[in-house]
Ligand binder design. Structure first.
Ligand code: ARG
Length: 621
């Protein structure tokens, strides 16, 4: 019975705990004498009320009558068919101004239609206050472990996926009001360091005083790997080197730092380009907790010693974790266990999410199970999840490699994308015979990076996908380029109209948001192209539920992409058929304030979606 816009919206937007609201409303209406609801109350008080599912089809459709019926049919006085259940639900539906119509269809579906007035109120809210979300009732502390490349090795497309998906999830959680810790769990503590450091010692014995030329770490890494593979003596030294590093030897630590710095600078260049904000807390950070971690597991009797290695068997039929090697060195498993403990206990995280390729599922399954056995992870309190993603193929569907068979360097990939965007722009310019603009370099980058991000995010996270510059930068199809184009169009309408309005005082007064909206509401029903506008409004208003679904359902960002794509489609149809401004010989002569306001509110949602997807906008394409 509330008139509060947000509450009504939540109420109709039933997910998870918000089922309670629905229940309360029904129980309230029971108080106003309604014997029919007795059976329903019992039902609602049990877990069964969760069966009331409201899904969205155009407006809303409640399909619960069908699932309630078999549960109650044997009770005395219960309805005789799903339709009767639906009729009862309809009969007791509170009268809210938000809902203009509620009715039965088919075998017991309840269709709910919003009143135009309510829709306008919601749009008004967006137009005035922006796309703001109410603060969450429980602010969560969420660690997102993403990107996490390996020092001295190149970042590859797998790390690119992790970076893009992790960044978007972080943005979504932050937007919903949670506290997010974006952690870069870089691989800076493994075996590769033994060989890198020994190689450095041999090639640059003065590395402590002189900065050696290991600018191309990749080459340096390959050299040391070659020695490691071919030279038994070197290999032994390298293994010892890892342990020396893990024991904190000052000279070896200096060499290690040097190598890390070179890599770090390279990673940062990529993060700057992609506008990624992340804090480095690599494997090495957890070294301080590893010895005590192993001791703790030992004291709980969770470890088995085999050939001098300390193993933890945590799942039947699955391989064990190696928490300490026979030479005393720690492993990827040890650092991940120590990291999870640190995040849950020291950082007091409620959720810890690992955005890592699906190839590592077993590793995480074992780590989570081990943490449960060790009493670190409490599944009733913590949400700890491997947010897995699929593989990227090249355009022909093969594994993503350079022509000579090496992994594609991320840096090269990004440069190539910008080049591609520039070529397309140049072709278009040549076609249209317009003079080229002198300052377009920033624009090509926005288009290129947005294209890459969107082409990744629009896929179901867990699916594999193929990478194609042609496809991702096309103005046709589901691409960032097309979305940026739609957005640029909305902005240009506003700009044109704004110039016109500011030259005409009486209309300028109208342009004040609140007045525009009362005007807007007033004329709403009498529009010539009424249905297209309602359609655009309804599509726009799905935004909050789309964002919530990412968090409450499956941590999949592709729903936000399809929402945006549909929004842009709906907008383009609206724009084609509903004139917002009338132009004569290049100047605006008439403005439809209602439509213009609608455009502005839609633009707000566009911008918010772009922000959440990490895309930047351009004013023109
Ligand atoms: N560095 C690892 C890799 O490149 C990813 C690390 C993911 N995070 C973690 N906590 N294990 O495969």
């Amino acid at each position: 019975t509330t008139e509060n816009v947000e509450e009504v919206h939540i109420f109709l937007n039933v997910y998870g705990s918000r089922f309670n609201k629905f229940r309360n409303v029904l129980i309230d209406s029971k108080k106003n004498s309604s014997p029919h609801l007795e059976w329903l109350e019992g039902l609602l008080n049990s877990f069964c009320y969760q069966l009331i599912i409201i899904t969205i089809i155009a407006d809303y459709q409640c399909q619960s009558a069908l699932s309630i019926f078999p549960l109650v049919k044997s009770q005395p006085g219960a309805p005789k068919s799903p339709q009767e259940v639906a009729e009862l639900l309809i009969e007791h539906f509170p009268s809210v101004s938000a809902v203009s119509d509620i009715g039965l269809t088919g075998p017991g579906f309840i269709n709910i239609t919003f009143s135009p007035d309510f829709l306008c109120k919601l749009m008004d809210n967006i137009y005035r206050n922006g796309a703001v979300f109410p603060k969450p009732s429980h602010k969560k502390r969420i660690v997102i472990d993403f990107s996490s490349p390996n020092i001295a090795k190149q970042m590859h497309v797998g790390h690119l996926r992790s970076t893009i998906i992790g960044d978007t999830l972080s943005r979504v959680f932050e937007y919903l009001g949670h506290e997010v810790f974006r952690l870069n769990h870089v691989g800076d503590w493994g075996t590769q360091f033994g060989m890198l450091i020994c190689h450095l010692e041999d090639k640059f014995p003065d590395f402590a005083t002189e900065s050696p030329a290991i600018g191309d770490l990749q080459v340096f890494y390959q050299e040391s790997k070659k020695r490691f593979d071919e030279d038994e003596g070197f290999r032994k030294r390298a293994y010892k080197g890892v342990v020396t590093l893990q024991n904190g030897d000052p000279t070896v630590t200096r060499a290690w730092k040097l190598i890390c710095d070179v890599s770090r600078a390279e990673f940062q260049r990529i993060y700057d380009k992609l506008d990624i904000n992340i804090e480095e807390k690599g494997e090495s950070f957890y070294q301080q907790f590893m010895p005590s971690m192993v001791q703790y597991l030992e004291s709980k009797g969770l470890l088995t010693i085999e050939n001098g290695r300390k193993l933890m068997y945590c799942m039947e039929g699955k391989p064990p974790l190696t928490v300490q090697k026979s030479d005393g060195g720690f492993t990827y498993d040890t650092s991940d266990l120590a990291a999870l403990r640190y995040r849950l206990i020291d950082m007091k995280a409620d959720w810890v999410l690992y955005v890592v390729d699906a190839g590592q599922s077993l590793h995480f399954e074992l780590i989570f199970e081990a943490a449960k056995l060790a009493g670190i992870l409490d599944p009733t309190k913590h949400r700890v999840e491997h947010v897995a993603f699929g593989v990227v193929h090249d355009a022909s569907g093969k594994k993503f490699k350079t022509r000579s068979g090496e992994t594609v360097k991320l840096q090269d990939l990004l440069d190539k994308a910008v080049q591609h965007a520039a070529t397309i722009a140049e072709e278009k310019r040549a076609e249209s015979h317009e003079p080229g603009s002198s300052d377009v370099s920033g624009k090509h980058e926005v288009i290129a990076y947005s294209a890459i991000k969107y082409a990744d995010l629009k896929n179901r996270r867990t699916a594999d996908y193929s990478f194609s510059f042609e496809r991702m930068m096309s103005l046709k199809g589901d691409t960032a380029a097309r979305l940026l184009y739609s957005y640029a169009r909305i902005v240009s309408i506003s700009k044109k109209a704004g110039e016109f309005l500011s030259g005409r005082p009486p209309l300028e007064k109208l342009y004040h948001p609140s007045e525009v909206f009362s005007f807007f509401r007033f004329h709403f029903e009498s529009y010539d192209a009424h249905s297209l506008q309602i359609k655009l409004i309804k599509q726009t208003l799905r935004f909050p539920e789309v964002v919530r679904a990412i968090v409450e359902k499956d941590l999949m960002p592709h729903g936000l992409c399809s929402f945006l794509y549909n929004l842009s489609d709906t907008f383009n149809i609206f724009y084609r058929d509903c004139k917002c401004v009338e132009v004569q010989e290049g100047t605006v002569i008439k403005v439809n304030i209602n439509r213009l306001t609608l455009c502005d509110a839609v633009a707000i949602i566009f911008r918010q979606c772009f922000y959440l997807l990490g895309l930047k906008t351009v004013d023109s394409m």
